[in-house]
Design a binder for this molecule. Structure first.
Ligand code: SAM
Ligand code: DTB
Ligand code: SF4
Length: 336
């Protein structure tokens, strides 16, 4: 399939605009062919370096160029990261994502970053990092440390990207994704919905991701959380149905990827989140803070899981292993 066009923009637009019931039914059917529909992964985020970022992403509270009041911190100590990861694991998270407000890491940071990956992996958690653009040698070091996923969002369509970020290009973003994929690290790449983009920007963003030589194994879909003092602080709210359509299209175009219901859940009703799960989302961030922004409290999520009969997806690092499959494998092995 390498290098082949898998979806046309026209095909994707037609799917996105199907009558809502058809769209949800199709997304749920695709979802069930590859995943247990009642299992949702709990992921935890930690900001390992906050604020003072040199990039000008219009949505971000951490950009120094947005006049943001968020002070720049230093890279936090490895021990603190591991303490927090252990707590997250005890709270049921199976995936640990470490994010830094950088354009790219400095080589002098790499020893600490690789130690974080090794330590979190040793806890038995899936590891993900998001550190900005990477050079070849940095990708190799992260791979050798055992990093499972690298998050690097394309955020929107190529057309709209220029309206949102001027300090780097869409192609810069794709170049890092190529490096990560070629090094054998799984790609986590998605975007933000509700930044004033058009419907076609959401569609084109997902077609770009699905048509990469290998679709990202992980696709975060974020709802913009408007941040004070940023250019998008007062952007018009998007109809939540458009958000669900975006999740459904991600599921249909990338059937075996984890589609992650990421930022913005604190503003979403239980019903909207349930619709996102039905449309194929199968991961959430848990805990009261994302990187800097708020997220639903743990007891609220526990109640939501109970209400919907959702289970926490077991940890996995290779392929997709849900609890049921893992139990089947264990039973078959025991019977041998
Ligand atoms: N600095 C690195 C980078 O940009 O690649 C990593 C951290 S960055 C904060 C990770 C992602 O968070 C961004 O690509 C963006 O998609 C998402 N994000 C940031 N601010 C957001 C906001 N206010 N609302 C929704 N998503 C946001
Ligand atoms: C992603 O797509 N969403 C997460 C994760 N990848 C790193 C980050 C959301 C950030 C929301 C804003 C904040 O917490 O500052
Ligand atoms: Fe920096 Fe990442 Fe925020 Fe952009 S999204 S300003 S690169 S921290």
């Amino acid at each position: 399939m390498s290098g082949q066009q898998k979806w046309t923009v026209e095909e994707a637009r037609e799917i996105y605009n199907k009558p809502f019931m058809h769209l949800l039914y199709e997304a749920q059917t695709v979802h069930r062919a590859h995943f247990d529909p009642n299992q949702v992964q709990r992921s935890k985020l930690l900001s390992i370096k906050t604020g003072g970022c040199a990039e000008d992403c219009a949505y971000c509270s951490q950009s120094a160029r947005n006049g943001s009041k968020l002070p720049a911190s230093k890279l936090i100590e490895v021990e603190r990261v591991l303490e927090q990861a252990k707590k997250a694991k005890e709270g049921g998270a199976t995936r640990y994502c470490m994010g830094a407000a950088w354009s790219s890491p400095k080589d002098r940071d790499m020893d600490m970053l690789t130690a974080m990956v090794e330590g979190v992996k040793a806890l038995g958690m899936e590891t993900c990092m998001t550190l900005g653009m990477l050079e070849d040698n940095q990708v190799v070091r992260l791979k050798n440390a055992g990093l499972d996923y690298y998050n690097h969002n394309i955020d929107t369509s190529e057309r709209y990207y220029k309206e949102i970020i001027t300090t780097r290009s869409f192609d810069d973003r794709l170049a890092t994704l190529t490096r990560v994929r070629e090094a054998g690290i799984k790609v986590c790449s998605g975007g933000i919905v509700g930044m004033g983009e058009k419907m076609m920007d959401r569609v084109e963003m997902l077609v770009t991701l699905a048509n990469l030589p290998e679709a990202p194994q992980s696709v975060p879909v974020n709802m913009l959380m408007p941040q004070a003092d940023t250019p998008l602080a007062n952007v018009e709210k998007l109809d939540p149905i458009e958000f669900v359509r975006t999740v459904a299209l991600a599921r249909i175009l990338m059937p075996t990827s984890h589609v992650r219901l990421s930022a913005g859940r604190s503003e979403m009703s239980d019903e909207l989140q349930a619709m996102c799960f039905f449309a194929g989302a199968n991961s959430i961030f848990v805990g009261e803070t994302l990187l800097t922004a708020e997220n639903p409290e743990e007891d609220k999520d526990a109640a939501l899981f109970a209400k919907l009969g959702l289970e926490t997806m077991a940890a996995f690092t290779e392929g997709r292993v849900c609890e049921k499959e893992a139990a089947d494998v264990a039973a078959a092995t025991a019977a041998e």
